[in-house]
Design a protein around this ligand. Structure first.
Ligand code: ARG
Length: 583
């Protein structure tokens, strides 16, 4: 028998139960299969509670008879108190069942941890730098920018909860030849007052006008380029005009970020890297990574020949999007030495990011894992697209509509709330529903956005989770009124299946969060919260709480409290979805 080195109380500091199970199996492996030490110990979450809380198929992978292997391992594991039992199932799975006593006790840990429950140190000591939102100056945010903003914001919160040090950057599109065109167009046709009044639509109009005119008179293209060249060379007037446009646009973007509760630590747009490209170009040439291509451009041929070479500098000396991105990678490395670099960007840039990462590797500018966190398309069949480009919807309009529709639900569900409360709840529900609709999907699938689904009170939606939270809050409010001064003696135990089914989900929250961080997948949290909310409904339908006798009443109230904490914290990690006390 191996000595069981994990004492019960250690759970206070080691919140990831899965790791404890892994450790138990690892010890047994060392004893019974010494030559297999170091092999991966896969641990799954069985979908049916009858198969336990954790299942491990390792016995199937050791060679020989799997059931015999499982028996050997089982005999070598000294079952800790926090496990009720370990069983062998099917061809040789080891199933682990958490003990009811442990589940009961754990509720108090959740309550004590409060808003910190869900945090862990799985990625402690590691740094991640992220780039998300990154709209283009002088243009409205497109759908892909909205998705990037919402997904990036959630990932930033999830990374921090899983222990990462997070640097939240935003690679604003504020540089490139288009600014030369805009400068030209503004001088030719612009109206200062109109731009000040409604900056982005006015600037977009100028940009569109430039293109229309350039179709008639192609010499405009050269004039636009000339203005950009002046801008690059530091021409004072062009600089001033450009800065004005950047500031106006940023102020508009800020409004959206604030409304969505999105923050950044730094906003280093493309222009920030203007003076950081030359050193990279020289480094690339010196290392033989950049070579002269046809017609005088500087290119980086890639090892993977299915990809076209990356263009680093055009024949006329102009740098490109990729040149700036390489400078960004180097700057991130030199400034923060991150373990992981994350760019939350539309799937349309997949090839581009593959090229970029390969060039960065050839240059050897970073050891960090570079992750292009991409997402699928979202379509809004119920919404008329606002510009002729077709891929732009005005986020403000979608948010306003979400809030308006949420308000109607609140009016119907809870007409007795004050007007101010209704407004606050509608804002929380409307914006929450929007965020959740994005985050609850597998990132890479295409999503059709329909109001019925997004605002459903009975489906996998933010309002459903918020409603469960509000119900838990209302139970706790009533209890508080009834038993002021009542102290928890710890004598009550959860025994009913519906209570235990809910209780057994709750300790897994920190590991779900860590998994979401590992796989860049906020939807893991959404799926989990939906399970919690459903288990809570079943519990509440079957088991009396306020009407129960002591000491069970207190045990059940603790379950409600812990559930409320998990729902609120989980929604918070989904990009700050609010959890109102009443709905
Ligand atoms: N501004 C760019 C666009 O709208 C996205 C920037 C993505 N981030 C990056 N590091 N390239 O397409």
């Amino acid at each position: 028998m191996v000595r069981n080195i994990i004492c019960y109380n250690a759970f206070q500091h080691m919140k990831i139960i899965k790791n404890q199970i892994e450790h138990l199996i690892g010890e047994a492996l060392r004893q019974e299969f010494p030559d297999k030490v170091g092999s991966e110990i896969p641990i799954d979450y069985p979908t049916e509670a009858i198969h336990g809380d954790y299942a491990c198929p390792i016995a199937l992978k050791l060679g020989g008879n799997p059931r015999e292997n499982a028996q050997k391992l089982l005999a070598a594991i000294q079952k800790p108190d926090w496990l009720e039992k370990i069983e062998i199932a099917g061809p040789g799975f080891l199933n682990f069942y958490l003990a009811p006593q442990f589940l009961n006790d754990f509720l108090r840990e959740i309550i004590q941890a409060g808003e910190h429950f869900g945090e862990s140190d799985v990625f402690a000591g590691k740094t991640v730098v992220t780039d998300s939102s990154h709209p283009n100056v002088a243009k409205p945010m497109g759908i892909h920018h909205i998705l990037s903003t919402i997904i990036g914001n959630s990932l930033n919160r999830i990374f921090a909860a899983a222990g990462y040090k997070v640097v939240r950057d935003n690679y604003l599109g504020d540089w490139g030849t288009q600014f030369g065109k805009l400068i030209y167009a503004y001088r030719e046709w612009g109206d200062e007052a109109a731009v000040k009044k409604d900056p982005i639509p006015e600037l977009l109009k100028l940009y569109v006008k430039f293109h229309d005119e350039a179709e008639k008179d192609p010499s405009l293209e050269d004039r636009g380029r000339a203005e950009f060249k002046k801008l690059e060379e530091g021409d004072a007037e062009n600089r001033e005009l450009w800065q004005w446009v950047v500031d106006l646009s940023k102020a508009e973007f800020e409004k959206i970020w604030r409304r969505l509760d999105v923050e950044f630590d730094v906003i280093h747009g493309e222009s920030f890297y203007e003076d950081k490209m030359q050193p990279i170009i020289e480094e690339g040439i010196a290392k033989g990574v950049f070579v002269e291509g046809e017609r005088g451009a500087l290119i980086a041929p890639l090892q993977d020949e299915s990809m076209p070479p990356a263009i680093i500098r055009k024949a006329d000396g102009a740098t490109l999007y990729a040149t700036r991105d390489l400078a960004r990678i180097k700057y991130w490395e030199d400034t923060w030495h991150p373990d992981v670099m994350v760019n939350v960007v539309d799937v349309a840039q997949e090839l581009y990011f593959r090229q970029l990462v390969e060039v960065a590797q050839m240059l050897g500018i970073t050891d960090a894992r570079n992750e292009h966190v991409q997402f699928g398309r979202m379509s809004f069949p119920e919404k008329k697209m606002s510009t002729r480009k077709g891929n732009i919807i005005l986020l403000e309009e979608v948010i306003d509509e979400a809030v308006e529709r949420a308000r109607a639900i609140v009016e119907e569900k809870n007409p007795n709330l004050s007007d101010a409360q209704k407004t606050a709840v509608a804002e929380a529900v409307g914006i929450g529903a929007l965020k959740y609709a994005v985050l609850s999907q597998n990132r890479t699938t295409n999503v059709t956005f329909t109001w019925d689904k997004v605002l459903a009170l009975d489906g996998n939606s933010a309002p459903y989770l918020q409603y469960a939270h509000a119900r838990a809050s209302s139970i706790l409010r009533k209890a508080e009124e009834e038993d002021a001064g009542f102290a928890d003696t710890g004598a009550g135990q959860l025994q009913e299946a519906a209570s235990l089914n809910l209780a057994r989900l709750l300790p897994k929250f920190p590991e779900v969060v860590a998994r979401a961080a590992e796989f860049f997948a906020p939807n893991y949290i959404a799926t989990y919260l939906f399970d919690v909310a459903r288990a809570f409904s079943a519990f509440y339908a079957e088991v009396p709480v306020l009407q129960a006798e002591e000491p069970e009443r207190t045990a059940r109230l603790n379950l409600v409290k812990a559930t409320k904490i998990v729902l609120a914290n989980g929604l918070g990690l989904l990009g700050g979805v609010q959890a109102p006390e009443e709905m």
